[in-house]
Design a protein around this ligand. Sequence first.
Ligand code: SAH
Length: 251
Amino acid sequence: MKAAFVRCDPSPTTLMIERRVFLNSSTTHFPAAQMSGFRIPRERMVERLRDHYGIRDVRVLDAMREVPRHLFVPDALQSRAYGDHALPIDANQTISQPYIVARMTELLELNDRSRVLEIGAGSGYQTAILARVAAQVYAIERIGDLAREAQARIRRLNIHNATVKCFDGTLGWSAHAPYDGILVAAGGPEVPEPLKAQLKIGGKLVLPVGAVREAQRLVRVVRTEQGFEHEDHGACAFVPLIGRYGWPNEQ
Ligand code: SAH
C-alpha cells in the first residue's frame, strides 16, 4: 500500500522556531544498543571511502564510522545499508550513496564552530553526519512525513545540535543565516539565489545542478569578498529539487 505523504506549508515565515539549548556535537554519545549492530560492514565502508574514494578528512571518516546508517533505511534493507550505493526510502526518495555523503561533507570544509544549512534531509542520515562535524545543523525537508521521521531518528540517537523542519528549502532559512556551509541533496536546474545570499564570506555551498533532471554536475560555490567562485566536481545523480528556485512540482 502506498502511504499518503503530507506536504507542508512552503513558507518559512509561518514557522514557529523553537529555542533550544544545543549541545556541541562532541558531547553526543550514541545509545550503545543502537550502535551494536553492523560494526564490521561500517568499518569496511569507511576503509572503502578512504582507500578507494580518497576521502581524507579524518573528522568526516570518523562521523561515517560513528553514525549507524542502518537505522536510517527501511527495516527490510538494513543488511544493505553499508553497501556502495544509494537506497530507496519512503515517498519515492533516496538515501544517498555513502561516498556522496562523505564527499559533499568534505567539500564543505567544516569545523566544530561551523553552522550549516542542509536542504533535502530525507532520512536524516546526512543531517546526523553533519551534526558530528559541525556545531549546529539546520535541516529542511519538503515532505512532512520524512521531516518528522528524520527529526525523531536524530533525537533517538541523542543528537541535539540538529533540527529538521518542513518547508521549501530553495528559499533557504534566513532566520539562522549566514551559514559557513550549505548542502543540497537534490538537483535543480540552477543554483538557487537565496542560498548564495545566505552564505558567509568564505562559506561553501555544495549541490547538484543540471539543465535536465537526469544529467547533473556536483558543484561547489565559494563566496569570496569579490563574489562567487564555481567549481565542478563531476557527474552525479540526485532526486529532483522541487520548489520555487528548483523544478516545478509535476504530480
Ligand atoms: N540527504 C538525504 C537524501 C534525501 S533525497 C538522506 O541522507 O537521506 C533528497 C530529499 O530532498 C528528498 O527527501 C526530497 O523530498 C527533498 N527535497 C526536494 N526538494 C526539496 C526542497 N525544495 N526543499 C526541501 N527538501 C527538498
